[in-house]
Design a protein around this ligand. Sequence first.
Ligand code: NAD
Length: 270
Amino acid sequence: MADMGLVVVGAAGRMGQALIRAIDAIDGAQLAAAVERPGADELGRDAGELAGLGRLNVPITDDAEAAFSRASGVLDFTAPAVSVGFAEMAANAGIVHVIGTTGCTPEQDREIAMSAERGTIVKSGNMSLGVNLLGVLVEQAARALEAADWDIEVLEMHHRHKVDAPSGTAYLLGEAAARGRGIDLRSESVRVRDGQTGPRPRGTVGFATLRGGSVVGEHSVIIAGEGESIELTHRALDRSIFARGAVKAALWANGRPPGLYSMLDVLGLT
Ligand code: NAD
């Protein structure tokens, strides 16, 4: 079978370059095109050279529509409004769309879900095997430990350039805890604490955010009871774990019917 041709959008970004390296390393995938925003400094440069691989003869372009027309899938780690637009464009082109972008508003998530009525989309706040497995463990722990006695806190740290908080992964883990508890995360969570907060509301999921340096991503779910606590932790040491997961997701989604899938579907963890 021919290799699956993939477009990387946001090709000059931190994740974009990791995606180009992952496509190069994984059998069954090949780089069909590399797209950046209009006006980006990297337009015209070779995508392989930019990603440290040597020349691939794939110049970075800002013509996403033309790029989509000669590919079977698109890998998208850009920004929320950008991913909403690409979801519609990928559905129109009839190609798989893998979205790793985080920080979407509920309205933007609704728009992406509408595109998934016509297109095949895999979207996840974290594409690594480790974090998705951690989510399964968190859901089990939250189900087993009673809300009256055990408080759940999600702690995350990322590099100084990250623009959204809490991270997409922190939400993914918070959602897993909420599923285990049978609660709605949006109404039963505490995102920020400052000043005279009063005692901790029972049964809520708390979030705490740290930013600094070059940390790729660290997440702990702390389940604290009377006299004991449990910590479930994942450390991302390298962006390649997300990039490999995204390429795997595209290969898995190729030929599947339209719908909005998650990494749990891809990894068989549902
Ligand atoms: P980054 O800023 O380094 O890269 C984003 C790139 O997108 C930039 O190069 C930017 O120029 C490009 N871009 C913006 N608008 C565009 C457009 N219209 N067309 C084409 N390209 C465009 O950011 P990053 O660290 O690579 O992260 C990107 C996103 O991925 C963030 O939302 C981040 O939280 C998320 N992320 C997700 C995972 C995951 O596993 N789901 C892992 C890491 C990062």
